[in-house]
Design a protein around this ligand. Structure first.
Ligand code: FE2
Length: 243
């Protein structure tokens, strides 16, 4: 499996605090069957760190795991908070796309007005990026919010949900929306958004089994692996947009 949303780089955001935390997260991810991880530290004003610091810690992680777990591959990105400065940060390379692709993992506040969200995303799309809306379930509080998701889909946004949404019980209408959206490919990615090994774990295995049983193995393989493969394989993303 491929995890496109994780906070494994230590000491940058509210994810791993120390290299030991990073090691625990990666070992747990490995035991869950995850082999490729995109590290996505928050790019958000609450978390102040230098891009070079993020890159050097990322390299340190790769070097440390190269011998111990050679089949594990790591890629770099950011979870980019949507505001009026994001496009410029992307263009300047301060904020990272996923694995050097044109896909950007974007976090949107539920409270940012929809018209503003649409305007900022339009600018980002017009500059050649493809937004993947991180944990889009957080934008859905009531049935009316589903219209907002539909509008963002029409604009060309892709959607990621966190595995915990599959593992925890949800309101009936939301469960129905998740099932339908997996079946019709509205949701392209299920990722862990892992922060630690206790509360926000890299827990994809059980979610994969549930989606396989409820929705089907083909869709499960797409949302836990194949779609993400298109992000990390540059020969894919240069030629294709996800359907
Ligand atoms: Fe996150």
């Amino acid at each position: 499996m491929i995890d496109i949303h994780s906070h494994i780089i230590y000491g940058l955001d509210d994810g791993a605090k120390t290299f030991e935390d990073t090691t625990s997260l990666i070992n747990m991810a490995y035991n869950e069957g995850i082999r490729f991880i995109i590290a996505t530290p928050h790019y958000h004003k609450y978390f102040r760190y230098k891009t070079e610091q993020m890159e050097s810690r990322f390299r340190f992680i790769i070097e440390n795991f190269a011998k111990e777990k050679p089949e594990m591959k790591f890629y770099l990105g950011n979870e980019c908070y949507l505001n009026e400065n994001l496009l410029e940060a992307l263009l300047k390379g301060k904020c990272k796309t996923l694995a050097g692709s044109q896909y950007v993992l974007i976090e949107i506040s539920y409270y940012t007005p929809t018209q503003m969200v649409k305007k900022m995303l339009t600018d980002i799309i017009e500059n050649g990026y493809i937004p993947i809306i991180a944990h889009c379930e957080r934008l859905i509080d009531n049935r009316d919010d589903l219209k907002k998701i539909a509008e963002l889909k029409t604009m060309g946004c892709l959607f990621q949900i966190n595995a915990c949404v599959i593992l925890q019980s949800q309101k009936k209408w939301l469960s129905h929306w998740i099932s339908t959206s997996l079946k019709d490919h509205t949701i392209s990615f299920i990722a862990s958004d892992s922060h630690d090994i206790i509360h926000r774990k890299p827990n994809l295995k059980e979610a994969y089994i549930i989606v396989s049983k409820k929705i089907g193995t083909e869709i499960a393989n797409d949302v836990f692996c194949n779609n993400a493969q298109k992000i990390i394989d540059p020969t894919c993303w240069q030629e294709h947009r996800l359907e």
